[in-house]
Design a protein around this ligand. Structure first.
Ligand code: NAD
Length: 420
């Protein structure tokens, strides 16, 4: 099959290799399989921004639509110094499988800008976001492609994107993004959705292992939107959160951290580091401490061939996208560690994004309790489907989730046929 030098990156190679393995297992027809290896369209843009110092800096940005067989595309926007075309393309492919697995009427997309958002002022970030939106404007729209927040972006980023797009249309178009502030058409419970979804699938897994969450020892890497919300819920439900880390480092207390106090510390200082009543621990060491549940909720490739045999968790629940490399996946599986894969574990965000989109199209908004109970039901159903496939086919949960996600996209391709 043809090489794809345009998307050269470890993450893209992994995503394509996963597709190839699952296609073989599903006995997928060759023509459909090769179509799924390629993104539908990919755009590269340069984004000039006048910095506060007065000089102009140029940033590289990307937006990729992987597949549109199931509907308009959906996927986050990432601001990070490591962003590349290959990474964004791989993440767009994962979004296709994730939306399909969750039964949503979307294809997969992803966007990214290579920048260091923590070193930029609010004004610089606004300029970057507005110009990026203007550059990709032909790719997005409420029935075309709907971005959402991801690593390094938030509700404010989405409000700027929505406003920029709306200005070109001469009217407000809230449905062009999800994860917006509630004031301008966002949904109750969207900010918390990914963290909550993780906790819901984790409870399903813990239940099947014949355990309960109370008293389970937990380590969380990444204390942002995803890791922060999940840690707070688990703590509230009686789990012992022994270690938490962010990009600056980690904190450890074997008796458990007070997550509410830790949130306050992060609000005041910008990091978990220096939290009173806890010992410092490095990001490397925190992953390798004994625990019941390890939640990587920061960036990709954190559990690798060189540290997988030192992971001492019973369950790894992937909040981040791609935190476990394929080599590490095999090691964890052989060591009997249960891995709840990203496309299932962190799908709560896109599920509530879908709720936000539907509410926006109908101009009718639901109560938060309605959102959380529907989310819980969808996450539990998806977990059960994946669990049953894994038992029936004797595969791990990642392969089972990919089989279910890829099969639906392939079926949609076959029924639609090939244009022209
Ligand atoms: P965020 O920017 O809100 O938080 C990221 C957290 O990770 C921060 O605490 C940051 O300090 C920390 N971090 C960054 N690099 C780190 C490193 N090398 N080591 C340790 N900590 C590090 O981002 P988020 O929205 O919480 O996203 C986190 C992950 O979850 C990403 O991989 C993202 O793709 C994935 N995800 C997010 C959503 C969502 O709805 N936000 C949905 C699905 C998946």
């Amino acid at each position: 099959m043809a090489e794809m030098p345009e998307f050269e990156s470890e993450m893209h190679r992994t995503a394509v290799a996963q597709l190839d393995q699952v296609a073989e297992r599903l006995n997928l027809d060759h023509d459909t399989h090769i179509r799924l290896r390629y993104p539908r369209r990919a755009l590269v843009v340069s984004i000039p921004v006048r910095m506060d110092s007065g000089h102009t800096e140029v940033f590289m940005g990307y937006r990729v639509h992987h597949n549109t067989a199931l509907g308009p595309t959906k996927g986050g926007l990432r601001y990070d110094a490591e962003v590349s075309m290959g990474e964004v393309t791989a993440l767009a492919m994962l979004m296709s499988w994730k939306c399909s697995l969750m039964g949503l009427p979307y294809g997969g997309a992803k966007g990214g800008v290579r920048c260091s958002p923590r070193n930029m002022s609010k004004r610089e970030l606004e300029s970057l976001t507005r110009r990026y939106t203007a550059e990709i404007i032909l790719m997005i729209g409420p029935d075309l492609d709907i971005p959402a927040p991801d690593l390094g972006t938030d509700e404010q980023t989405m409000a700027w994107m929505m406003d920029t797009y709306s200005m070109t249309q001469g009217k407000s178009v809230p449905g062009v993004v999800t994860g917006k502030p509630i004031l301008v058409g966002g949904s109750a419970g969207r900010r918390e959705a990914t963290g909550r979804g993780i906790v819901y699938v984790l409870y399903q897994a813990v239940h099947r292992l014949g355990q309960e969450i109370k008293g389970r020892k937990v380590i969380v890497q990444g204390f942002g939107n995803v890791g922060g919300v999940a840690a707070r819920m688990l703590w509230r439900d009686g789990a012992v959160i022994q270690g938490v880390s962010d990009y600056k480092g980690g904190v450890w207390n074997s008796q458990g951290l007070d997550i509410r106090a830790l949130e306050q510390h992060v609000k005041e200082t910008g990091s978990v580091v220096g939290f009173p009543g806890a010992d410092p621990i490095s990001n490397k060491d925190i992953l390798e401490q004994p625990c019941d549940i390890l939640l990587p909720a920061a960036t990709g490739s954190q559990i690798r061939e060189d540290n997988a045999d030192r992971i001492q968790a019973q369950v790894v629940v992937e909040g981040a996208n791609g935190p476990t490399t394929p080599e590490a996946d095999v090691i964890l599986h052989n060591r009997g560690i249960l891995v709840i894969p990203d496309i299932l574990a962190n799908a709560g965000g896109v599920v509530v994004s879908y709720f936000e989109w539907v509410q926006g199209l109908q101009f009718f908004f639901w109560k938060e309790s309605e959102i959380t109970s529907r989310l819980q039901e969808i996450m539990a159903r998806a977990f059960t489907r994946v669990w049953n496939i894994s038992k029936k086919e004797h595969v791990n949960l990642r392969t089972a989730a990919l089989m279910e996600g890829i099969r639906r996209v392939a079926d949609a391709h076959q029924v639609r046929g090939l244009y022209p």
